[in-house]
Design a protein around this ligand. Structure first.
Ligand code: DX5
Ligand code: ZN
Length: 223
């Protein structure tokens, strides 16, 4: 099942509620929410109060991507704020297995993310314990960066592993997804497609319509 996951990091925060309504009206089901702490990544984005506030107005699936050092400290807070899925970085956790367990125990979906330099091998033992593996296709920290071509092989490697061993895991990609890279990542095996600037730059509603159609067209060739 393919999903376009718009990242609100690229939204116009002055019109955030309005833009989320547009996404919902266009049939978007997943909302990607990038939390940055200024430590794991250089930038700072937003946290619990913003998520709580948009949760009141939206029924979308809230996919929270924590680019935060020692995220174990905040899992319950993000669940209480309205997260439906929480993704932590393998590189950010002291005890990654424990962090995943904590997310599952809190009753939401669990994701693990790897930065471009982190091998698939570092998380392959967790494929039965997570719902999603997020393969970063740029260095985490900012929207609008260029897709790193060397990440395509990691997506393929992960897809092969999942198929060969029969796991039920989503492969999510995040960073630099646009008209030039969408087909590449889908062909490599990604099914959850995060997009920030691709969705929010220009007219939001028509972008979503066009990208969703494109995903549907590519999926017919890929599947
Ligand atoms: C980057 C974030 C991404 C970002 C993607 O650290 O995790 O979700 O918003 O932005 P684009 O799609 O513009 O590369
Ligand atoms: Zn993200």
């Amino acid at each position: 099942m393919y999903q376009l996951c718009p990242s609100i990091l690229s939204a116009d925060f002055n019109r955030l509620g309005e833009q989320i309504k547009i996404l919902e009206k266009e049939g978007v089901e997943w909302l990607h929410i990038d939390v940055m702490d200024g430590d794991f990544v250089p930038s700072i984005s937003f946290g619990m109060p913003v998520i709580k506030s948009i949760r009141k107005e939206s029924k979308m699936f809230f996919d929270v991507h924590l680019m935060v050092s020692a995220p174990e400290r905040y899992i319950q807070d993000f669940v209480d704020s309205g997260a439906d899925s929480i993704t932590v970085h393998a590189e950010a956790c002291e005890d990654l297995e424990r962090a995943i367990e904590q997310i599952r125990d809190a009753g939401v979906q669990a994701g693990v993310s790897i930065k471009p330099a982190t091998p698939v091998n570092d998380i392959s033992h967790l494929l039965d314990d997570v719902d999603t593996v997020l393969v970063m296709t740029v260095q985490p920290g900012f929207g609008g960066q260029k897709y790193l071509d060397e990440c395509t092989e990691k997506i393929q490697e992960l897809r092969e592993l999942i198929e060969n061993e029969g796991h039920q895991v989503n492969i999510q990609v995040d960073g630099g997804i646009n008209d030039d890279t969408l087909e590449t990542v889908m062909k490599a095996g990604a099914n959850l497609l995060v997009a920030g600037s691709y969705v929010f730059n220009g007219d939001l509603a028509s972008n979503v319509r066009r990208i969703k159609q494109k995903i549907a067209d590519i999926s017919e060739v890929v599947d």
